[in-house]
Ligand binder design. Structure first.
Ligand SMILES: Cc1cc2nc3c(=O)[nH]c(=O)nc-3n(C[C@H](O)[C@H](O)[C@H](O)COP(=O)(O)OP(=O)(O)OC[C@H]3O[C@@H](n4cnc5c(N)ncnc54)[C@H](O)[C@@H]3O)c2cc1C
Length: 403
């Protein structure tokens, strides 16, 4: 670090998503020079929800952004399991003050655009010109002494470290690891946001709900202090394989996919403004995602199905741990990247595997009739099983993990 508090490394982050922006804030706060290259001509996020458990809201707090939860989040009192057919309800876990008492931080549910805007504002406050829009990374050149990002127009941008935070179709990953081999999961999701005032009173409670049923499930939770309700309906047995946030489907197709499901589910589907469709790809976790002075974070490093609601949480954790590793290994980027990977590979692979398992758990054929379902739910969502599946996630301390 020089006398002005500036560190000498210039970090280039490719992608201004939730992960790239969090990394930028963490690095800027540590005195690094940061440039974020974003392909989009304007900053923004899709109209959808994102849940952040205590392990990720801890990152926000450590970055001085705890107010974001109060300002934009919804803090549910708990999560519930509901049965697709009868609507019978089981508690899953308590949240609200219980999350704060147990883990020190809240469980919060955001509209992605709100969270993204808060992170982008924090980056701009620290470094007004750090984000370069309309800058699409086409490839990488790692042949010289310092790695370079090659932009779509041919311009080259050199850094001491390049971080690929460019999501599930990462160009940086392609350059340093090679093409990935996604396998279509046979699952697609319907996504939609509902103005909560359109819903009947009993669907406006401040809780998150996982509706489970044979071959499909629905996730429902409040956003933006409860003004909006997020709906995600996952359907098995699909041959529709487009992995995109912007693809739209029709209300008729969505209703058809949930034919026979409880009236509350039908009500939500009919209240959605636009019915978006997303196909899920499965990718095996990898053991390394760095090469020389280039690394990855978030979905670029460990894309996952969202059935533990942890993809964005992992991206936030990655950004914070990466900044800590660079501080702990001053002037030695490869050593910092080795420490960063060592801290993150096992945890993120466990998230990928746990998410795959939840797809099977949520869609089990035993859920078809009420008697079989009751036994299955009592067993699968027993307190000790729930603790085993979630405690290691929520209790993680991003500021204490050794790097
Ligand atoms: C239906 C669904 C529900 C989900 N729910 C949750 C949840 O509740 N909780 C949770 O934690 N996670 C959830 N996730 C996962 C979460 O959305 C992702 O894990 C998270 O967005 C990953 O963040 P990221 O920053 O790594 O990538 P992204 O959010 O994909 O951001 C990548 C950024 O890079 C930019 N970019 C891409 N290519 C280039 C390029 N070549 N050059 C320059 N810029 C580029 C993109 O424009 C974008 O801004 C969900 C995912 C889905 C599909």
């Amino acid at each position: 670090m020089d006398v002005t508090g500036q560190r000498k490394e210039h970090v280039i982050i490719v992608g201004a998503g939730l992960g790239g922006l969090t990394a930028a804030i963490a690095l800027l706060k540590q005195g690094f020079r940061v440039t974020v290259l974003e392909q989009a001509p304007v900053l923004g996020e899709v109209g959808a929800g994102v849940q952040l458990s205590s392990n990720a809201t801890r990152v926000l707090a450590l970055l001085g952004l705890e107010d974001v939860v109060e300002a934009y989040g919804a803090q549910p009192t708990g999560k519930e399991i509901r049965l697709w057919s009868t609507g019978r309800t089981w508690p899953l876990f308590d949240l609200g003050t219980a999350s704060i008492e147990r883990y020190g931080h809240p469980y919060a549910m955001f509209h992605r655009a709100d969270l993204h805007k808060a992170l982008a504002t924090a980056v701009r406050d620290l470094a007004p010109y750090a984000v370069r829009l309309g800058s699409r990374c086409e490839s990488m050149d790692t042949s010289g002494p310092k790695p370079q990002v090659v932009l779509a127009g041919g311009e080259r941008i050199e850094g001491d470290l390049i971080v690929g935070a460019d999501g599930v179709h990462s160009r940086v990953r392609h350059a340093i690891i090679g093409p990935d081999q996604p396998v279509f999961s046979g699952l697609h999701a319907w996504r939609g946001v509902i103005p909560t005032e359109r819903l009947p009173q009993h669907l406006r409670r401040p809780v998150g709900v996982n509706w489970v049923g044979p071959g499909r499930h629905v996730i429902q939770y409040p956003l933006r202090r409860g003004e909006l309700t997020n709906f995600v309906g996952i359907v098995e047995g699909s041959d529709w394989a487009v992995e995109s946030w912007t693809q739209q489907g029709s209300i008729e197709d969505c209703l058809r996919d949930f034919q026979g499901w409880h009236e509350d589910v039908q009500t939500m589907i009919r209240s959605i403004e636009t019915h978006f469709k997303w196909a899920f790809m499965v990718r095996e976790p990898i053991g390394h995602w760095s090469s020389g002075c280039v690394t990855l974070l978030g979905d670029a490093a460990h894309p996952t199905l969202p059935f533990l609601a942890q993809g964005a949480c992992m991206a936030l954790e990655d950004g914070y741990v990466l900044a800590r590793a660079l501080v702990e290994h001053p002037g030695d980027v490869p050593a910092a990247l080795a420490a960063y990977e060592a801290a993150r590979v096992e945890r993120t692979a466990k998230v990928v595997r746990g998410s795959n398992e939840n797809a099977t758990r949520f869609h089990n054929p035993k859920l078809a009739d009420e008697q079989g379902a009751t036994q299955y739910i009592d067993e699968q969502w027993a307190d000790d099983k729930v603790r085993e599946r979630y405690e290691w996630l929520f209790a993680y301390k991003v500021d204490e993990v050794p790097v």
